[in-house]
Design a protein around this ligand. Structure first.
Ligand code: PLP
Length: 372
């Protein structure tokens, strides 16, 4: 029996059901189910939330990354630098734009791009850098922005796990040339299906993304550029606008749960995540590190605690990306993290009692290794 689920989307829906249902009904009544006023209204609210001039709603985080890279001028034959320790979509989007992904290892403490290794990866073909705010922890943006600025390279933030995260007073998604968000249902701000957004304060880039998301159509049946069908559904815009009003409260709940976990787990063998100084970590994922991770995960499962691993295989070792030419040992930090991280239950409606249950199972120990 599941005593503590990894996430609980039904609990969230129950808590705001009347408002969600009314918003959905308004879209259905209006008949404007692709883009339309519900999407425009959400775009304005989300841009303001991100501290950016504009947000453009699209149909997924992957589409957001693809269009942001194209708008930033990435073209076939270019190189785009990112990290191997991320969800595969970051890398897939770079290839959608026709570019070659080039990896830089992450740092061991915060699991985000190691800026000390960045400059060595820049070549004359590098047109963009994609830092990933993994787990809701902002990447170390100042040195990344400094290198990019000096070398004339665009920065496209993968903020798909970092809605509302801040870095030294600036919001994730608003620091780079463009920022990308996913509204996949389990993200901190989730639609009732797929969704995403590109955020930018450059009106020219926002206009380009708007054009690209809907077949490059400038006026009806005049296609100014070759585009895509990446439009956001009206229903998703309506649901997201309702949920955005609760995001700060939900984020504070996640942060409080993280503090409780850190307290309850302090006398155990797992290492708890640390937030970088001067940031607001939004804990999309609460990933601890354990030497015997798989045994601990099995023990938690036996005790009815659902967990996950984000991510067990870094992208450079995925079968699909073998032809990029990387090998085991190329990114030792990413490889070690992939073996050690374990994501514990984390969602706003999680209770103190559930956190204690998880901590108790971890404290009572991992089964001893079989004698050699
Ligand atoms: C979820 C996610 C994406 C992709 O978003 P989709 O909406 O699933 O396409 C990209 N990057 C990261 C880091 C993500 O977590």
């Amino acid at each position: 029996m599941t005593r503590v689920p990894l996430v609980d989307l039904q609990a969230q829906y129950r808590s705001i059901k009347a408002d969600i249902d009314a918003a959905v009904e308004r879209v259905l009544d209006s008949g404007q189910c692709a883009l339309g006023p519900a999407v425009s209204s959400f775009e304005r609210a989300f841009a303001a939330y991100c501290g950016a001039a504009e947000a453009v709603g699209v149909n997924s985080g992957t589409s957001a990354l693809h269009l942001a890279l194209l708008a930033a001028g990435v073209s076939p034959g270019d190189e785009v630098i990112t990290v191997p320790f991320t969800f595969v979509a970051t890398v897939a989007a770079i290839e959608c734009a026709g570019a070659k992904p080039v990896f830089v290892d992450v740092d061991d403490t915060y699991c985000t791009m190691d800026p000390a290794r960045l400059e060595a990866a820049v070549t004359p073909r590098t047109t963009a850098i994609v830092p990933v705010h993994l787990y809701g922890q902002p990447a170390d943006m100042d040195p990344i922005l400094e290198i990019a600025g000096r070398r004339g390279i665009a920065v496209v933030e993968d903020a798909c796990q970092a809605h509302g995260a801040d870095y030294r007073g600036r919001r994730c998604g608003s620091m780079g040339t463009l920022g990308c968000f996913s509204f996949y249902p389990t993200k901190n701000l989730g639609a009732c299906g797929e969704g995403g957004a590109v955020v930018t304060s450059d009106p020219g880039l926002a206009a380009r993304v708007r054009l690209l998301r809907s077949w490059g159509e400038q006026t009806r049946y005049t296609h100014a550029v070759r585009g895509f069908n990446y439009r956001m559904d009206g229903l998703q815009g309506a649901v997201l606008e309702v949920k955005l009003r609760h995001l700060e409260r939900w984020t504070e709940a996640r942060r409080a749960h993280a503090a409780s976990y850190a307290r309850c787990l302090s006398d155990t063998a797992v290492a708890v995540p640390r937030a970088r100084d001067g940031v607001r970590h939004v804990f999309h994922v609460y990933a601890v590190r354990a030497a015997r991770r798989d045994a601990l995960q099995a023990r938690l499962a036996d005790a009815g605690v659902q967990t996950a691993v984000h991510y067990p295989v870094p992208v450079h070792l995925q079968p699909a990306y073998r032809d990029l030419g990387y090998r085991r040992g190329d990114f030792p930090v990413a490889e070690r993290l992939a073996a050690e991280v374990l994501s514990l239950p984390m969602f706003p409606e999680l209770t103190e009692r559930q956190i204690e249950i998880v901590a108790d199972v971890i404290r009572t120990g991992i089964p001893a290794a079989a004698p050699a």
